[in-house]
Ligand binder design. Structure first.
Ligand SMILES: Nc1ncnc2c1ncn2[C@@H]1O[C@H](COP(=O)(O)OP(=O)(O)OP(=O)(O)O)[C@@H](O)[C@H]1O
Length: 328
């Protein structure tokens, strides 16, 4: 479990003087400016939940991650991760933490993957008995059994990231910080990796904080999303609720024999239907999900043949664009 209560972080940065004179003055009499990276953030993440932590550049994501990791001390507020203060009890905290950064590796470049896993096991004080089975189980989960004897420098990016994940999960961390885990991977590798992460996190009941600019990662992995903007929480909840709140609803799109005007009035009266409009010859029925599409079809089919039908789920990008536009 992760608890952040009223957490703020302010950085003090040196104000550079203008020109050579300003530079010299700033050495003699330095002037500082304060940057508020986090402004009164409160979050409670239960054990085993996967949270997509997203926001534009500079929103405060990395600062939060560093605070949870115990690397940075907050300027105000209370932080408890798996029952500990991550900054004050850093050593014990690190033993229960896993970190994966898609663009960096914790594996030894010139050594076989297995050596890195064994070294990691020592650092994390894992018992030697049963270690081979534990490594075998992780290797199976991430499909790296055939790579264990290869030097890391010979691996492709996708293979390397799978090995990094196996390493991060090896000590069964209670909290895993995942930063852009699928960056640079192709479509199939991303899909494989996401499903492996989900499976292992769920088996081990690992709490995962995922920061990613790849919104497909966020959608595929997260139980909950937290949107951050200028150091504040803009939204905290499920993607489904967010879609509904911002009026970006799934649509049923139909080409009908009858004209749209004939059907619009009674479609609009159906439960779960929020809006009916026509676009490019399609009758578009925005609905709240659930049984609404079935109800629409049951109502339509006896009245008029449906020539073509499709569904449109608004992408997470569409939803977020609206949210951030609304906040500014
Ligand atoms: N060590 C630091 N010293 C001074 N300012 C900092 C420091 N670290 C972060 N900041 C500032 O705090 C704010 C939040 O930065 P942070 O790195 O947490 O954002 P982010 O959401 O992770 O951004 P990105 O998506 O670009 O990585 C920014 O204005 C940044 O310039």
């Amino acid at each position: 479990m992760i608890v952040l209560e009223g957490v703020s972080k302010r950085y003090r940065v040196l104000e550079p003087g203008r020109g050579l004179g300003g530079f010299v003055r700033s050495l003699v009499k330095p002037r500082y400016r304060e940057i508020t990276a986090l402004d009164n953030i409160s979050l409670t993440v239960p054990q085993g939940q996967v949270v997509g932590y997203i926001g534009p550049n500079g929103a405060g994501k990395s600062t939060t991650i560093k605070i949870i990791a115990g690397i940075v001390r907050p300027s105000a507020g209370r932080v408890v991760v798996a029952g500990r203060d991550p900054f004050r009890q850093r050593t014990a905290h690190q033993l229960e933490l896993g970190v994966v950064m898609g663009h960096r590796t914790r594996l030894f470049w010139d050594l076989p993957v297995l050596e890195s896993l064994r070294y990691h096991a020592k650092v994390y004080r894992l018992s030697q008995s049963g270690l081979d089975q534990r490594i075998g189980a992780m290797a199976r989960q991430f499909g790296i059994e055939g790579l264990l004897s290869q030097p890391v420098r010979q691996l492709s990016l996708g293979q390397r990231v799978r090995c990094d994940l196996a390493l991060a999960f090896l000590h069964h961390p209670r909290v895993l910080l995942l930063d852009e885990p699928t960056i640079g991977l192709d479509f199939d590798s991303k899909a494989l990796l996401r499903s492996a992460i989900r499976q292992v996190a769920s088996d081990l009941q690992t709490t995962v904080i995922l920061t990613s600019h790849d919104l497909d990662d966020v959608e595929a992995l997260s139980d909950r999303i937290v949107l951050l903007d200028e150091g504040r929480v803009l939204y905290d909840g499920t993607l489904r609720q967010l879609r509904a709140q911002h009026g970006v609803l799934p649509e049923l799109r139909l080409r009908l024999e009858a004209g749209a005007d004939q059907v619009r009035a009674w479609l609009e009266g159906l439960g779960g239907v929020r809006e009916v409009y026509t676009h490019d010859g399609w009758v578009c029925v925005a609905h709240e999900g659930g049984g609404a599409p079935a109800a629409v079809l049951a109502r339509l089919l006896p009245q008029t043949p449906v020539r073509e039908m499709t569904t449109h789920e608004p992408s997470i990008e569409e939803v977020l664009r609206r949210v951030y536009r609304g906040a500014r």
